[in-house]
Design a binder for this molecule. Structure first.
Ligand code: ADP
Length: 208
């Protein structure tokens, strides 16, 4: 099997960070080489842009915000993702372009046709082989985040914003069911982890 590009996405507080641990264990158990990375970020430039993008003090218009996301992504693809895949290493990214369609598109109202132009320009034909979409109602994720951490520039948005973000994720998954696995992230951590493991088994043809 060629090296796989897998992304993990979903609204803030859906459980992405929590489940990365289970995904790491899954790859370790099977002895498959894998690189874990994240967006925005994954490179020195990308992490610097992440600081700017997530900082509540940052003032950025929608187009500037979207272009910073894609600038970080361009560097990530060239410096990290493509070299790893060409070395035979699977790549798992915490967020990728689905997040731009969901947040800048659904959340903030950037037309998806405009995002598609940047997607094509930056990625060429590169698309994830599998996207694990952790789906939770915004009320659930907001309650989780509210308790635990200082909110970043996106997490500070109101509930309506996250409803629109979630809707775009689900629409995209519905249109391309072969690329997306929608995981019910509102279940117990064990149940969610189990569903992710089963999905990876199925994707890698190891479920026999
Ligand atoms: P994300 O990375 O998607 O923003 P996190 O993994 O940081 O989300 O999870 C947000 C919070 O919700 C954390 O406090 C985490 O412990 C908690 N959490 C994650 N998954 C679950 C779950 N299935 N059930 C209950 N709480 C969860």
């Amino acid at each position: 099997m060629k090296p796989q590009f897998i992304t993990l996405d979903g609204i803030d507080g859906a459980g992405k960070s929590t489940n990365l641990a289970a995904i790491k264990v899954w790859f370790e158990r099977r002895g498959l080489p894998v690189l874990f990375t994240r967006e925005p970020g994954g490179t020195a430039l990308g992490e610097a842009l992440r600081e700017i993008l997530l900082n509540p003090a940052t003032k950025a218009g929608l187009r500037a915000e979207t272009m910073m996301m894609f600038a970080a992504r361009m560097q990530h693809i060239e410096e990290v993702i493509l070299p790893a895949l060409s070395d035979g290493i699977h790549v798992v990214s915490d967020r990728f372009t689905d997040a731009t369609f969901a947040y800048q598109g659904g959340g903030r109202g950037m037309p998806s046709e405009d995002i598609e132009i940047l997607e094509h320009w930056v990625q060429g034909g590169l698309k994830p082989d599998l996207t694990l979409l952790l789906d939770v109602p915004p009320e659930v994720s907001m309650a989780r985040i509210g308790q635990m951490r200082e909110k970043d520039r996106f997490e500070q948005e109101e509930a309506g914003f996250f409803k629109r973000v979630r809707q775009v994720y689900l629409q995209r998954a519905g249109r391309q069911p072969e690329r997306y696995a929608v995981i019910d992230g509102s279940r117990s951590p064990e149940a969610v982890g189990h569903q992710i493991e089963m999905t990876l088994d199925g994707h890698f043809g190891l479920n026999v």
